[in-house]
Design a protein around this ligand. Sequence first.
Ligand code: PAF
Length: 282
Amino acid sequence: MNSSPLPIVRDVAGLRAVVRDWRRAGARVGLTPTMGALHAGHLSLVRAAKERCGKVVASLFVNPRQFGPNEDFDRYPRDEAGDAALLAGAGCDLLYAPDRTAMYPAGFATSVTVADVSAPLEGEMRPHFFSGVATVVAKLLLQTMPDAAFFGEKDYQQLLVIQQMARDLDMPIAIIGCPTLREQDGLAMSSRNAYLNAEERRIAGRLNHILHDAIKAFRNGDPLVGVESEAARHLVAAGFSKVDYVAIRDAETLAAPAAGRACRILAAAWLGKTRLIDNMAV
Ligand code: PAF
């Protein structure tokens, strides 16, 4: 395991100088954008990038534009030194950690909005979210200009939004989705799992099982609306304080499912002050 300190750059000029040298030496470059508080899921993205590209940049930036006024921006876990050590161990070559003014200097006035696939589900619950994500990811992609960028399927709708953006804006960058990593009880790994107390953590493990049961019922021919509302009812019975949605949707467009097309089940639910999301192929 590589435990040497990871080089860190904090501005675009420094980032581009390193990437230019790698390219001159013939390397391919992968980017794994993160907001830090890294877990094994993030490190699997770094490993996928390393395997496919050879040189890997990880970005660490807690992006204020994707948090609403009453969300957890201030308490979002931050540990740059710990994250850098984990990244080095996973084979990352460079950490890009700009501060807020480097990313959004005074006078910054641009925002990237992706229609359609941004609109339902997370888009209804968190109207600011995808525009904040698309804006920062567009910047990270243009700053780094990697061959490929790697995102977890855990944030499935986010992955679709970023793929749509890269396609629409002719970005010559492959957007790669990587499978969700799960804890022993099936809970999807997430930086926000750190907010859960012991009782909430126990209940959180029920989410993936309830989604599996819903998939079974849907495959057995139970009507869609009944499957979704039954799953929401089971979540509340298990101890979730509020369910934002449980929805079975077209896996590419997030429109209502249609015969012969791949589907995905997606859910968001609250345990106290913590909002968890999960999704699976149907
Ligand atoms: O998934 C995340 O961690 C963030 O939304 C991302 C893609 C790094 C943009 O801030």
